[in-house]
Write a protein that binds this ligand. Structure first.
Ligand code: SAM
Length: 234
């Protein structure tokens, strides 16, 4: 069955956007996955087609109305797919969550705008809140594009060599949540900088040990949180 994504947005023209190109675009053209957008504004109830209103309790900005969003969500079947709201307040997205999403039937993504969306629709439709990091975007669409990009590259047949997944950053298994080691290619000397000698040695055991050590040093220095989690898991 085709992996299906439905995106609920006020800006359907942002899709497929970058996902029409490169690996995700090829997979989309080959129907390895399917993408549909639902324009939330189509479910507005007044003649001005308004979708937002001022927050109860006061404060700046506007809030997406729960009745309008619920009508949009109810217009398409979830078919067993989880519904995720992109929000800086959500659980940080990680590779393990993306992997589970890629293994399922697909996903429904809600893109917020303005100050956010009314909390009651999040509860009423059992929506999972997900963040792509501790930054504030102007809308959920770039976050949805990032999530879809990450999921689609894991779909069967999308990335030719499965091995290229095994050692990349946040991989499970043997590399247990390490950041990836640095890469080098031709030319052998670039602006006076040479390539680490071990990579030219042809000694695969030494190369593997060097890469492993680099991955461990990088993880310890840049992501003490990942390093600590790893230490706890091993
Ligand atoms: N008032 C909100 C807050 O302080 O948490 C920020 C709202 S933001 C300007 C508008 C929309 O962008 C959000 O509803 C959400 O859909 C999306 N967004 C912003 N940052 C995001 C992030 N880090 N991850 C996922 N979605 C994000």
């Amino acid at each position: 069955m085709t992996w299906r994504a439905t995106v609920f947005t006020l800006f359907p023209a942002m899709f497929p956007g970058p996902l029409a190109l490169s690996l995700a675009g090829r997979a989309l053209a080959e129907r390895a996955w399917a993408l549909e957008t639902v324009d939330i504004r189509d479910f507005a109830r007044d003649k001005h087609r308004s979708v937002d209103d001022t927050p109860f309790g006061g404060g700046p900005g506007m809030v997406l109305r729960p009745d309008v969003l619920a009508a949009a969500l109810d217009s398409t079947a979830d078919s067993g797919r989880p519904t995720l709201l992109m929000t800086p307040r959500g659980t940080p997205l990680d590779q393990a969550r993306v992997r589970r999403l890629a293994e399922g039937p697909g996903v429904r993504l809600v893109c917020g705008r303005f100050e956010g969306i009314d909390q009651r629709v999040v509860e009423a439709r059992a929506i999972e809140e997900v963040s792509i990091g501790d930054v504030v975007l102007s809308g959920g669409e770039p976050a949805a594009l990032a999530l879809l990009d990450a999921a689609v590259r894991l779909l069967p047949g999308t990335v030719g060599q499965a091995a290229s997944h095994a050692e990349e950053s946040f991989a499970g298994g043997d590399w247990g949540g390490l950041l990836e080691y640095p890469h080098y290619t031709r030319p052998q000397v670039f602006e006076g900088r040479t390539v680490p000698e071990v990579l030219l040695s042809g000694d695969h055991a030494r190369i593997r040990a060097w890469r492993r050590q680099q991955a461990e040093e990088l993880t310890r220095a840049r992501r003490p949180d990942l390093w600590a989690r790893r230490a706890g898991a091993h």
